[in-house]
Design a protein around this ligand. Structure first.
Ligand code: KIV
Ligand code: NA
Length: 265
């Protein structure tokens, strides 16, 4: 199989082929997504929410991200593996950011890292890229900054924030990022950024003009019926399928219908 690399991702923007991205946090799910042909698998710090049950992405540690990323990495044959640097690991001293980045690369087999922010983390991005590590940017709604926003609402609705986003996107491009995630911003702004950038944009809640789309795999599969924002399309109601399977199992155990004659030694 031809592996997806930074070059293939850049090529896809040039040829107009849309880029498909999904999150994964464990070996089994990543095996399925990779075999299904998704272009990029993102080990997002959304693991803090969907794997660990936290309200925000802030608590997840670098060690925990490395555990998830190494698990996913063992499953991948074709997809490009991008890993989020967690909150606190790159916003301070740029050399600490580089150390965190190097740890993830050495210990997981990641192909690239994702960091939230623009000009504020310029030096960290520079050092990481100079070390030969491809970086995916992330602008718009940046969940690691939730305490600054006060909520998970739409970002960049005003001219000031929209202008900063445009400037940051251009900066990320100039710094050498190979792609940038645009989260929860008006579709019109996402199109404008996408049209002015030679590197691909990957949208989530950012409309259809971006060069690719990313979703949290649990959202796509309908594993959490209580989380259904407008930008999510549930391709399955997997929570219902699991619930009925488990209920059937419980009933079979109670009725001594499981195991049957052929299911024992
Ligand atoms: O952590 C995550 O899942 C993400 C994507 C939603 C872009 O950053
Ligand atoms: Na993330």
């Amino acid at each position: 199989v031809r592996k997806v690399t930074v070059n293939s991702i850049l090529e896809m923007k040039a040829t107009g082929e849309k880029i498909s991205v999904l999150t994964a946090y464990d070996y089994t799910m990543a095996s399925i997504l990779d075999a299904a042909g998704v272009d990029i698998i993102l080990v997002g710090d959304s693991a803090a929410n969907v794997m660990a049950g936290y309200d925000t992405t802030l608590p997840i540690t670098l060690d925990q991200m490395i555990y998830h990323a190494a698990s996913v990495s063992r499953a991948i044959k074709r997809a490009m593996l991008v890993v989020d640097l967690p909150f606190g690991s790159y916003q301070g001293d740029p050399y600490d950011a580089l150390k965190a980045a190097v740890r993830v690369m050495k210990e997981t087999g990641a192909h690239a890292l994702k960091l939230e922010g623009g000009i504020e983390i310029k030096e960290a991005i520079k050092l990481i890229i100079n070390a030969g590590i491809p970086v995916m940017g992330h602008l718009g709604l940046m969940p690691q900054s939730i305490n600054t926003y006060g909520g998970y609402g739409l970002r960049a609705t005003g001219v000031h924030e929209a202008h900063k986003l445009n400037t940051d996107a251009q900066l990320l491009h100039e710094l050498g990022c190979f792609a940038v995630v645009l989260e929860k911003i008006p579709a019109k702004l996402a199109k404008e950024v996408t049209d002015h950038l030679r590197i691909p944009t990957i949208g989530i809640g950012a409309g259809s003009a971006t060069d690719g789309q990313v979703l949290v795999v649990h959202d796509l599969l309908g594993l959490n019926k209580h989380f259904k924002p407008k930008f999510v399309r549930q391709y399955l109601q997997l929570d219902q399928l699991i619930t009925s399977a488990v209920q059937q199992y419980i009933a079979d155990v109670k009725a001594v219908e499981f195991p049957n004659d052929s299911e024992q030694y």
